[in-house]
Design a protein around this ligand. Structure first.
Ligand code: TMP
Length: 217
């Protein structure tokens, strides 16, 4: 494997099936003989998981920028302690959510300016951005239909908020066609995984992480 690893993120609205895809891809990448580190946002380190609790499970009405700065503080910890060290070791990193979530939720969802959010994303990550991003797209009601148990602070937002987030993701995908691949989340988990595996395999071959003939699966 080349010196630097390969960074993949998975994005989508609530109940889009990100975790199922994440674990499927992890197994797949391991089957290719590569080392994988998985993480999630907000979260990934003990500190960032505490910030996650604050963001999602406190009922206080917080200012939208407070939410942004908390998300970015958690991201900074995840990048410096988990993501970057793994990439420097040549590993494949797969993150359940990352910078695009901030643009989709705080930008398109809450209406904060995308330019400022992008700049803050750059600062928080020192420009460590994914090479490949999967957005799992599906109607908002379908996603919520899959949710079990109590809803968290962001899930409790009105339907229109989640519609804006969904449409925001699709706009982001249109602006970054090479990096972002939209998957049809109404398909079965097996079909989704197969499609994602094909795309990831191609990207790993292109970046010289695996050789073309070596793996048929
Ligand atoms: P999830 O990982 O279980 O989907 O929950 C994370 C929640 O946090 C989800 O509602 C989206 C939200 N979120 C943001 O609003 N902005 C962000 O930048 C990130 C990473 C997550």
């Amino acid at each position: 494997m080349g010196r630097f690893g390969f960074f993949v993120t998975i994005e989508g609205i609530e109940g889009s099936g990100k975790s199922t895809l994440l674990y499927g891809l992890k197994e797949y990448v391991e089957s290719l003989g590569l080392e994988v580190v998985i993480t999630r946002e907000p979260g990934g380190t003990t500190f960032a998981e505490s910030v996650r609790q604050l963001i999602l499970h406190k009922d206080d009405d917080i200012d939208p920028w407070t939410e942004v700065f908390l998300l970015l503080a958690a991201r900074r910890e995840n990048v410096t302690k988990v993501i970057l060290p793994a990439l420097r070791d040549g590993k494949v990193v797969i993150s359940d959510r990352y910078t695009d979530s901030t643009l989709a939720y705080q930008g398109y969802g809450r209406g904060l300016p995308l330019k400022k959010l992008s700049l803050l994303n750059k600062m928080a990550t020192s420009k460590v951005f994914p090479r490949l991003t999967f957005i799992i797209d599906l109607p908002v009601e379908r996603g919520f239909g899959r949710k079990k148990g109590d809803l968290d602070r962001i899930e409790r937002e009105e339907l229109e908020f989640h519609e804006r987030v969904r449409n925001g993701y699709l706009l982001l995908a249109r602006k970054a066609k090479k990096r972002i691949k939209v998957l049809d989340g109404t398909k079965s988990p097996e079909e989704l995984l197969d499609e994602a595996k094909r795309i990831l395999k191609k990207a790993l071959i292109e970046k010289g992480k695996i050789r073309e003939k070596q793996y048929e699966g």
